[in-house]
Design a protein around this ligand. Structure first.
Ligand code: SER
Length: 322
């Protein structure tokens, strides 16, 4: 049985990944960690450590004391927030990664998961069916940090034998927690507004196609990659990962099948430029061939589940907060 640490556990991915890992390894084996003093209710079924990932000595001494087989490093500033706070984004997205890579090089961690993103691609990348290896000239702070991180992962694997594994997540759609600071967040927001108010003002234009994935698939991809035999994995930067691809207009049409009165309007803001720089769809044949990846959820199924499980009261709670 492995002892596991998830850093950034209170975020959109972490809050669901921790629960999936606790089911597999046992609650006490899986530590959740985040900058917050206390985790939410959801993560209270196992151990928790408040940690600032930028506090290298604190992270190092905790990991050395406890000893972890697997570390999932999820703490990051996403694309939209990173454009507003470039220096903090670079610091947060890179420093934690070096700390964890160095600990693995010294043998204190056996295996690392670190997420990359479709944001590593840029305006000069072929936009449809974007290949695993292609032109990568990201023009966002987030994308630059993820591309640099990918290169460092690959470097630590080649030079120091560090077992680090990564996927380029598409936009992730989930009902467990509200998203924070991403360009693809509209595809989550839309469900809360559809259920709570019957209308949504979308910050991207109707024809903006982006790669997306339902969280169940994303968690399964993460666990399957971490389970894969090391000698099968040829990509140590990050794997392309494909689930769905749709536009705001297409998801709205699918929602209308369940809520016929739902209305959407389009008021693109600064996030439109970020979305325009990213691919419309992704070729993930390397992940399929090397570790058997295959997405399960299509658009109708994802929409059906989201409308069933989204708790629109969370929207009002977050609006009242600020
Ligand atoms: N969902 C992320 C974002 O929009 C992309 O990785 O920033």
């Amino acid at each position: 049985m492995s002892k596991v640490l998830v850093i950034g556990a209170c975020g959109q991915i972490g809050s669901e990944l921790v629960l999936a890992l606790r089911e597999r390894h046992g609650n006490e084996q899986v530590w959740a960690s985040d900058i917050r003093e206390n985790p939410g209710e959801q993560l209270q079924n196992g151990p928790y450590k408040a940690l600032d990932v930028m506090d290298r000595p604190a992270v190092e001494s905790f990991i050395r004391e406890e000893g972890f087989d697997h570390v999932y490093l999820l703490a990051a500033l996403l694309s939209a927030t990173a454009e507003k706070h470039p220096e903090l984004a670079w610091k947060l997205n890179m420093e934690g990664l070096f700390t964890i890579l160095d600990l693995a090089r010294e043998g204190a961690i056996k295996r690392i998961f670190w997420p990359s993103s479709i944001a590593v691609f840029g305006p000069s990348t072929p936009s449809d069916n974007t290949p695993q290896e292609t032109i990568m000239e990201p023009n966002t702070v987030y994308g630059i940090s993820k591309l640099a991180g990918e290169r460092w992962c690959s470097y630590y694997h080649e030079k120091h034998g560090v077992d680090v594994r990564s996927v380029r997540y598409p936009g992730l759609i989930s009902h467990g927690s509200l998203p924070g600071g991403g360009t693809t967040d509209y595809a989550v927001d839309i469900f809360y507004h559809a259920k709570a108010k019957g209308n949504y003002s979308c910050f991207l234009s109707e024809k903006t196609a982006l790669p997306m994935m339902y969280m169940d698939d994303a968690i399964r991809a993460t666990l399957e990659l971490m389970d894969a035999d090391a000698d099968k994995l040829k990509v140590r930067s990050s794997y392309n990962l494909s689930g769905l691809s749709f536009t705001p207009e297409e998801i709205a049409r699918e929602i209308k099948k369940h809520l016929p009165d739902f209305q959407i309007t389009y008021v693109p803001d600064f996030r439109q430029k970020i979305a325009d720089s990213w691919p419309a769809s992704i070729d993930d044949s390397a992940a399929r061939e090397e570790w058997g990846w295959n997405a399960h959820f299509d658009l109708p199924e994802m929409v059906r589940e989201m409308l069933q499980f989204v708790d629109e009261k969370k929207l009002f709670a977050s609006e009242n907060k600020g």
